[in-house]
Design a protein around this ligand. Structure first.
Ligand code: HEM
Length: 504
């Protein structure tokens, strides 16, 4: 009798539990159906040129979440939303979309476009070992070497400053990772440059419109009308493969022959089990970030800085006064000076705020259905954080379009905020893996140029200043359009200091 009672009570308990669970599941299902997608415009084609401006316009109409069902794309112009989704919910917002076209481009081996997978984790781990904050001081010697070479080039041929920036940013990755002296004239460097635009197109919705409208075209031969995109993408893939092997093999041979060593070759010898990931790290730095000529992010930031200094002589003078006061005029800045130069830091931060080199970042793709602020965000959705607009949010930045470093020196946090607050480097688990190195390179260039040179608008034959429009490019990677600038040593001593760096 007692045992029957126990069984009865247990059964009732199980039934009650099942009822509660099923009610919860049902309620959740009902909730799901009640939830709708965020609002957004109906567009047949995604904007390509200055897309970040159009996205901001949409935000003014639809709010913080803009959803385009035809493209399964969610756009936000708001930092809180970007952080909520891409950082706080990084577990489900860290994928990339590996389309067949991206595969053809060779994207499967590139950390920045790889899917969120075990392979990505391994590649990223190897990358981080070399580029994490505690390890980047190993690049200091190469950074001094290349930044000082840049300064010398500015003394000898100031008008070619854009070429010099390119040489700096390309040369740095070759030197610091492979121990190689390779300039922009090198055929491999030129090839790498030629494919960056293709990657940019493959990354964003609307980049290859014919293929996106008719995805089955991917199965037809490239000579078939409308299939030209296949040839472009396959060519890109071939170059990625070349870049994957050529500098790596040279570095390994140099190590074997005792000519020179390099972090990448040493790592490959120490950890042969990680060979693929180590090679991928080199390729990623080379193609993705360090060697992209006009579109490279480091180059873009330095070019934006020079432009800003030409356009804002008052800011330039204030930063130079700080450098003269803190470190004097008889040496160039070093990394040890950084914390003593708050205004210079603020100038760097303001460049990164106003001119993020990748205004829309790289889209993060969701791996599960999600619910946020009462809306349904479907699995597989491309989430685009409009960094350009986030950095110009009038609720956060007063006079957001104005170049005003004082906003950092006057803020309670001061200018030395965590680098994670520089949205130009992206968000969450996919945040820029080379940001500590990039941050050091751009800062050292900013401080060194300010210490040694005066930047001004050029003058015509009648002595009138030639105006600078400050125009920027309008595609995926954003950088200043070519402009003229007069760059001269601040004094005879400054010129000599710069030239003397050749002896170090
Ligand atoms: C001023 C210079 C740079 C800027 C503004 C920049 C910005 C970015 C951004 C916005 C992303 C995408 C982040 C996201 O998905 O949320 C990214 C990814 C990445 N960046 Fe940078 N970058 C710079 C320089 C570099 C350098 C010098 C390197 C390497 C040496 C590098 C390596 C990478 C890698 C490997 C990724 C892919 C990370 C992943 O998907 O897991 N970056 N970068």
């Amino acid at each position: 009798m007692v045992s029957h009672l126990v069984i009865l009570i247990a059964s009732l308990g199980v039934a009650a539990l099942a009822l509660v669970i099923s009610l919860r599941v049902r309620r959740k299902r009902l909730d799901t159906t009640k939830l709708s997608y965020p609002p957004g415009p109906k567009v047949a084609a995604m904007p390509i040129l200055d897309a970040w401006v159009e996205y901001r316009n949409w935000g003014n109409i639809y709010g913080d979440l803009i959803y385009l069902p035809e493209w399964n794309t969610l756009i936000t112009n708001n930092a809180e939303v970007a952080v909520d989704l891409l950082e706080k919910r990084a577990r489900i917002y860290s994928d990339r979309s590996m389309t067949p076209i991206m595969k053809l481009c060779g994207g499967e081996n590139l950390l920045s476009v790889e899917c969120y997978s075990e392979k990505w984790r391994r590649d990223r781990r190897v990358f981080q070992q070399t580029f994490r904050q505690a390890a980047v001081s190993q690049f200091y010697p190469s950074q001094y070497n290349k930044v000082h070479e840049f300064l010398r080039n500015l003394v000898s041929a100031p008008d070619s400053f854009l070429e010099h920036i390119q040489r700096l940013s390309q040369g740095l990755v070759f030197k610091s990772l492979y121990g190689l002296e390779i300039g922009p004239e090198d055929p491999l460097a030129k090839k790498a440059i030629s494919i960056v635009g293709t990657f940019a197109r493959a990354l964003l919705s609307g980049g290859f419109p014919t293929y996106e409208l008719f995805p089955w075209l991917i199965y037809l031969p490239s000579w078939f009308p409308g299939c030209e995109f296949k040839r472009v993408a396959a060519q890109c893939g071939k170059i990625v493969e070349e870049v994957d092997t050529v500098p790596f093999n040279i570095a390994m041979n140099n190590l074997k022959d005792g000519i020179c060593t390099s972090p990448i070759a040493e790592l490959a010898v120490q950890k042969p089990e990680d060979l693929q990931e180590i090679k991928a790290m080199g390729t990623m730095s080379f193609i993705g970030q360090g060697c992209c000529c006009v579109m490279d992010q480091t180059m873009s930031s330095i070019s934006s800085f020079l432009l800003a200094m030409c356009m804002h002589p008052d800011v330039q003078a204030k930063a130079q006064e700080e450098i003269d006061r803190v470190i004097g005029r008889d040496r160039l800045p070093t990394f040890e000076d950084r914390r003593s130069l708050p205004y210079v830091e603020a100038v760097y931060r303001e460049v990164m705020r106003l001119d993020p080199p990748i205004p829309l970042g790289f889209p993060h793709v969701s791996t599960e259905d999600d619910f946020y602020r009462g809306y349904h965000i479907p699995k597989g959705c491309s989430v685009v954080a409009n960094i350009w607009a986030i950095n110009r949010d009038p609720n956060v930045y007063s006079e957001p379009d104005k170049f005003m470093p004082e906003r950092y020196t006057n803020s309670p946090m001061g200018p030395f905020e965590n680098i994670d607050n520089i949205y130009a480097y992206g968000f969450g688990r996919r945040v820029c893996a080379g940001r500590y190195m990039a941050d050091n390179t751009v800062w050292l260039t900013v401080a060194s140029v300010l210490a040694a040179f005066t930047l001004e608008k050029t003058k015509d034959d009648n002595g009138n200043e030639i105006p600078i429009t400050g125009e920027m490019t309008d595609l995926f990677f954003r950088h200043p359009r070519p402009y003229q600038s007069s760059i001269t040593p601040r004094s005879h001593l400054a010129g000599e200091l710069v030239l003397a760096t050749a002896d170090h």
